[in-house]
Design a protein around this ligand. Structure first.
Ligand code: AMP
Length: 451
């Protein structure tokens, strides 16, 4: 299959050729023709599959005719995080260079003034995170009645972040006679419901998960203890042949703390997490992309979908709570056919999380103890980053677990409740996107996440 067989314009084919892509990826080959025929589409695909170009390319051709009007964007792409929104914008710039389309990025953490000026001039493509879009809508700075093409990207991540009520509300503001494209790595019931409600007779496309298909990532588990995690990590960072690495931790506080310690120990590190402002995040990413730093300590939400070439290693300082996050994390290495290494530090408390990951990916991860300091597992104080160890209830129970405490159920991160119903979100409220959530489970999430 060639790009030329998909029905794209010559301008686009030239831009694709300039980008160095010779063949469409499976999702591109399957999605581009029906999108060009103005059909609704549900794409089950993750980042790393070429998913972004599968909607950006046909959108450019669809929107190349027609004119935008003030405050009335012609198309809307919803992204869960600012980084993903910025990445989609980069894709529009790369592929749209021979066609004149006005594009605006509406994300939290940057000045609303410039965004409003752009909207007043009229935009063809609006790429937005739900919080900032709703803020501007509530202020009457944007009209969605002229928006005839909607893309809901990373829908399952939107669900995790509590954005589904916002998305429903946004869908209701768009004309009913529109084209809607929905992309998600998984299809939990709330996303299926969203698709049934807002898409019209969509074409369904599913492509293989990168983690199940990727044989180019060398995955390894390194056993350690809560107390020795940092020492183990530093040993690995010194012994592995690292060009660039991303280290994932489950909490923002761990990201901050770990980055500080690694820096003190002479590693060239930066950090990225949801408490940082947009310019701060972009600056760290730039330092990483340009090689000023070669280790980035990251939280999941901030790093989701980041497309950085040549990452040689991914480390999971904490085993992820969601098995899906494991797939996303390790997908930051081994991109576009390159090889990569993904090492996960595991403590006894992570046993069930690892089991869930192996179940999801259908792969057994190799156990290797390279870099792990030898030590007795007995006198381990529990780390504040670890789920609490279960209390021993009886001798028999302890014995049957082979003298090791049974691993507790992994703690699931709770979704952040949308702030929209209680009060209109402020710019600040849409900035923190990976806060620890302590509130009650919203009604719409009565089903288990990731089911
Ligand atoms: P995405 O799934 O959109 O995050 O894309 C993953 C990576 O694949 C990005 O680095 C893209 O630039 C790259 N990519 C997109 N389309 C192609 C293609 N047809 N051939 C090779 N690489 C591609």
């Amino acid at each position: 299959m060639k790009f030329a067989d998909l029905g794209l314009s010559n301008e686009l084919l030239r831009a694709v050729d300039d980008a160095g892509y010779t063949e469409p990826t499976p999702i591109q080959a399957e999605a581009i023709p029906p999108i060009l025929m103005m059909k609704d589409l549900v794409g089950i695909a993750q980042t790393g599959t070429g998913k972004t170009a599968s909607f950006v390319l046909p959108m450019i051709d669809i929107l190349s005719h027609g004119r935008s009007r003030a405050l009335m964007p012609r198309s809307l792409i919803l992204e869960p995080t600012r980084e993903l929104a910025a990445q989609v914008a980069e894709n529009f710039e790369k592929y749209g260079k021979y066609q004149k389309l006005e594009m605006t990025l509406l994300i939290g953490g940057v000045s609303m003034g410039d965004q409003m000026k752009d909207l007043e001039k009229g935009v063809d493509v609006l790429i937005a995170t739900p919080g900032r879009l709703m803020d501007l809508f509530d202020r009457g700075k944007i009209l969605l009645s002229g928006c005839s093409l909607l893309v809901i990207d990373e829908a399952d991540r939107m669900l995790d972040m509590g954005f589904i009520p916002d998305i429903e509300s946004i869908c209701q503001k768009l004309p009913t006679n529109r084209q809607t494209l929905l992309f998600s790595a998984t299809m939990p019931p709330p996303i299926k419901k969203l698709s049934d409600k807002f898409l019209s007779n969509p074409k369904h496309i599913e492509v293989a998960r990168p983690a199940t298909a990727a044989t180019n990532i060398d995955q390894r588990l390194v056993e350690t203890s809560a107390r020795s995690k940092k020492t183990t990590l530093k040993k690995l960072l010194r012994s592995e042949d690292i060009s660039t690495a991303i280290i994932f931790a489950n909490r923002k506080t761990t990201v901050r703390d770990l980055q500080g310690q690694l820096k003190k120990d002479g590693f060239r590190t930066g950090q990225i997490h949801g408490d940082m402002s947009q310019p701060e995040r972009m600056r760290e990413l730039d330092l990483f992309k340009t090689g000023e730093i070669n280790i980035l300590v990251a939280s999941d939400v901030a790093a989701r979908g980041l497309d950085i070439k040549g990452v040689s290693h991914v480390f999971n300082f904490d085993a992820p709570w969601h098995p899906d996050d494991y797939v996303h994390r390790i997908g930051r290495t081994g991109r576009a056919g390159a090889t990569g290494t993904a090492i996960t530090l595991v403590t006894p408390a992570d046993a069930e999380a690892i089991e869930n990951i192996e179940k999801l990916t259908g792969q057994t991860i190799a156990r290797g103890d390279k870099g792990a300091p030898k030590e007795k597992p007995k006198s381990e104080p529990s780390d504040k980053n670890e789920p609490p160890k279960p209390k021993r209830t009886s001798r028999a129970k302890t014995k049957s677990a082979g003298n090791k405490p049974a691993p507790p159920k992994p703690k699931k991160p709770q979704p952040k409740k949308s702030s929209r119903k209680a009060a209109p979100a402020t710019a600040a409220s849409s900035q923190t996107d990976d806060e620890d959530w302590n509130g009650p489970m919203p009604d719409f999430l009565s089903v288990k996440l990731g089911d």
